[in-house]
Write a protein that binds this ligand. Structure first.
Ligand SMILES: NC(=O)c1ccc[n+]([C@@H]2O[C@H](COP(=O)([O-])OP(=O)(O)OC[C@H]3O[C@@H](n4cnc5c(N)ncnc54)[C@H](OP(=O)(O)O)[C@@H]3O)[C@@H](O)[C@H]2O)c1
Length: 292
């Protein structure tokens, strides 16, 4: 471990960021940039008093609030989430450079590596990676497949009706345990040797939503039925929750997955951590209460 003193974590309330915060505890001073401090507190991220992370509230859209949040930090974990606001990555990088940050580790999407992926989210992630690579910081990019925690979106209907409704029931993808991605992120943030590296992070084997529902059935001890949504139904659902260009990008990604475009298993987790990535069975067992 290098002698890092202060790590800034953006996206601390997100699927991977929350585990990065927990793993950094005790190895570095941690400063969270969140837009809702209550949310961070509710997730147990802020600690009790002395030694717990410092919390700065700032929106990525507000460069002037981001600047002081980076002051004096050694490294930053970069998570952005709005493809309609590409300036967010530019703001984080500008604030990091201005604040004297040396190292940046960025969460991205493995679809970036697929030349056939030309949806809005893939193009935005590609551009955001480029912003980092050109930043002059020591960068590391973590391209992940879908985090296993995406299945938490099914928890409400599983608990209420024992049903999963999703498109592409047989479309396999090697979803990854977000705790593994966090392990890789913490090593890249706190150790040398990861500068200029791009890691492809997947779970150990491709699984379809239908197979994931079967695993969740076993974890619950009661059946979970899979009801396939048509592409049109899925798009209508996404349009209810998301801006139209983002909803359409998710629909395009679903088409690629259905054609087998997201099936490949990659070895990034093992290459960085020295151990095999966790299985969906283990993740589901560890989060079983959320589905009961
Ligand atoms: N989700 C997937 O299936 C998936 C799969 C592969 C790769 N990825 C990639 O992973 C990255 C993260 O995406 P995600 O949607 O999955 O993230 P996420 O886990 O939902 O986390 C997003 C984080 O960013 C914070 N955030 C969002 N907008 C912000 C703003 N304007 N100012 C300050 N904080 C803000 C959120 O805070 P709040 O708690 O305040 O919202 C949250 O902590 C993206 O590059 C994405 O393409 C995602």
């Amino acid at each position: 471990m290098s002698g890092l003193q202060l790590v800034v974590v953006t996206g601390a309330t997100g699927a991977v960021g929350r585990h990065v915060v927990r793993r950094l505890a005790g190895t570095a001073r941690v400063r969270l940039i969140v837009r809702d401090a209550d949310r961070a507190r509710a997730l147990g991220l802020t600690g009790d008093g002395e030694g717990g992370p410092e919390v700065v509230t700032a929106d990525y859209g507000d460069l002037e609030r981001l600047r002081p949040a980076m002051e004096g930090a050694d490294a930053v974990f970069v998570v952005t989430a709005n493809p309609l606001r590409p300036e967010h990555d530019e703001h984080i990088v500008a604030a990091a450079r201005g604040g004297g940050v040396r190292r940046a580790v960025k969460l991205s999407w493995l679809a970036v590596a697929d030349p056939a992926a030309d949806d809005l989210v893939a193009r935005w992630n590609r551009r955001a990676e480029e912003v980092l690579r050109r930043s002059g910081l020591d960068w590391t990019v973590l391209r992940m497949r879908s985090p296993m925690s995406n299945t938490l979106a099914w928890a409400a209907t599983i608990r209420a009706e024992g049903v999963v409704r999703a498109p592409g029931g047989d479309a396999r993808t090697p979803c990854v345990d977000p705790r593994d991605v966090a392990d890789v992120a913490v090593l890249a943030l706190t150790c040398t040797g990861h500068e200029g590296r791009t890691y492809a992070l997947t779970g150990p084997r491709p699984l379809s939503p239908r197979e994931q529902a079967q695993v969740l059935s076993r974890v619950r001890g009661t059946p979970v039925t899979f009801e396939e949504l048509t592409p049109e139904q899925a798009l209508a659902n996404w349009l209810r929750k998301l801006p139209a260009p983002v909803a359409r990008a998710l629909a395009e990604a679903a088409v690629r997955r259905a054609a087998g475009g997201a099936e490949d298993v990659e070895d990034g987790v093992r290459a960085v951590t020295g151990r095999a990535p966790g299985t969906f069975e283990t993740w589901a067992a560890d989060h079983g209460d959320l589905f009961r």
